[in-house]
Structures are given as structure tokens and as C-alpha cells.
Write a protein that binds this ligand. Structure first.
Ligand code: DC
Length: 223
């Protein structure tokens, strides 16, 4: 079974998807982390999204996930980049790199491969991103599209940053969220849109537990 969870930044997607995966014993795949790892690698190699060397560089990048007591870790060419990819500069560049067809093709192929291996081994997969229900797995057994008011998403982000010891201005974060949404929704290839058969869940007024339970209920309804 493949469960696709899509939605914009700050909709509660990552934390919800991770907890849902834990409760239903599914493999959790955070595809945003993969776009972030690509952006980090490209910036380290002085590549821009328009660079001639982008395609060739993408063939050499190795991205792996490892789950541990401290959460999901992302490895780029063997290096743990879980913290480095959360930098706000990387948030912005990952959105820019994610517009490029070469980047999307490469990552979609890795995502399908990761899920295929898990499903073939009898497991379930919760995959989270922007285009999982529309492009990566258009035939997923369950598709959920999360939404939330931009102002609420900005407040959540500021709280998350504060918990990590970083102070942030809510207005700046709100502006960045709106800019990123616009870029993600208006790109030509695989824009952020709800799949026609996805179930929409507005998380603006929901607690974390309510979000998780809603999705678990949908999974049980499907099974
Ligand atoms: O979910 P996130 O904020 O970590 O994602 C980082 C960027 O990657 C985001 O701006 C959009 C892009 N992305 C994408 O284009 N497709 C996905 N499936 C996941 C993320």
C-alpha cells in the first residue's frame, strides 16, 4: 500500500506523515528532503539550476535515508546533512532547483525505486511531497492533500525554529512561504496541485493528534 501525502510547506505534512508512518509501520519517505539535498549538493559544487553540468552532476549524487532514535537522517554521498538541508537558504534554492525537469526526473525515479523495494518486500510506504499523488504515484491507494492558512503555517514555522533556538520574524517567514507556494504552484513541471482523487484535509484548526487520527482513519477506511 502506498499512501501519498501532498501539500505546501508548513501544512503539517512532514510531522504528520512521519507519525502516521510510525503508527501503521510504514516506510516514511520525505521527498522534500531529497530536493533539499540536491540543492545543497549543487550549491557546494557551484552549480545553478541553469548550469550545463546539472544533468551530469545529478547522475553522481547519492541520497539515502536512515531512521534512528533521533529521527529520520538524510545522507548525501555518505554525509549526514539532516541539519544542513533545513537552512533557510536551502529552502529557497530547493524550490528553484525543483523547477528543473532533470532534477525532477532523477528524484522521481529514485522515489519510485525506494517505494517499489519496500512494497515488494511486503511493506507499506508513506511518501510525502508536492507531486506524489499526481506524478510519482498516480495510482496510490490513498492520497491526502493537506492545506492550512498561510498565516497559521508561518506561525508554526516560527515556533519550530524557536524550538531549535532560532529567532525568526513571522512577517518575513509569511512572505517566504507565500513566495515559495507561488513558485511551487506555478512551475510548469509537476506543480503543487491536489490530485482529482485526493482527499483534502484543512489542518488550520486541527491539533497534531487530530491530523494524524484523521489520516489513520482514512487508511483504515481504505484497508
Ligand atoms: O517539503 P519541503 O519544504 O522540505 O520541500 C523543499 C522544496 O522541494 C519545496 O520548495 C518544493 C520542492 N519539492 C517538490 O518540488 N516536490 C516534492 N515532491 C517535494 C518537494
Amino acid at each position: 500500500m502506498i499512501i501519498a501525502i501532498d501539500g505546501p510547506a508548513g501544512s503539517g505534512k512532514s510531522s504528520t506523515a512521519k507519525e502516521v508512518a510510525r503508527r501503521v509501520s510504514a516506510l516514511y519517505i520525505d521527498t522534500g528532503a531529497m530536493y533539499r539535498a540536491v540543492a545543497l549538493s549543487c550549491l557546494r559544487h557551484d552549480l545553478t539550476p541553469e548550469s550545463d553540468r546539472l544533468f551530469e552532476h545529478l547522475q553522481r549524487i547519492n541520497i539515502e535515508f536512515e531512521s534512528s532514535d533521533t529521527g529520520l537522517h538524510v545522507f548525501l554521498d555518505g554525509e549526514d546533512v539532516s541539519d544542513a538541508i533545513r537552512d533557510s537558504k536551502i529552502s529557497e534554492w530547493s524550490s528553484r532547483f525543483s523547477k528543473m525537469p532533470a532534477v525532477r526526473e532523477r528524484l522521481v525515479s529514485i522515489q519510485r525505486e525506494l517505494a517499489k523495494n519496500e512494497v515488494n518486500a511486503g511493506g507499506k510506504v508513506v511518501m510525502e511531497g508536492r507531486d506524489i499523488g499526481t506524478v510519482v504515484f498516480p495510482h496510490a491507494e490513498l492520497k491526502v492533500f493537506l492545506r492550512a492558512d498561510p498565516a497559521i503555517r508561518a506561525e508554526r514555522r516560527v515556533k519550530q525554529l524557536q524550538e531549535k533556538g532560532t529567532q525568526a520574524d513571522v512577517q518575513t517567514i509569511l512572505r517566504e512561504i507565500i513566495e515559495r507556494d507561488t513558485r511551487d504552484e506555478s512551475r510548469e513541471m509537476s506543480p503543487l496541485v491536489k490530485a482529482a482523487d485526493a482527499i483534502e484535509l484543512d489542518t488550520s484548526g486541527l491539533s497534531f493528534e487530530e491530523q494524524v487520527e484523521n489520516i489513520i482513519g482514512l487508511i483504515q477506511g481504505n484497508g
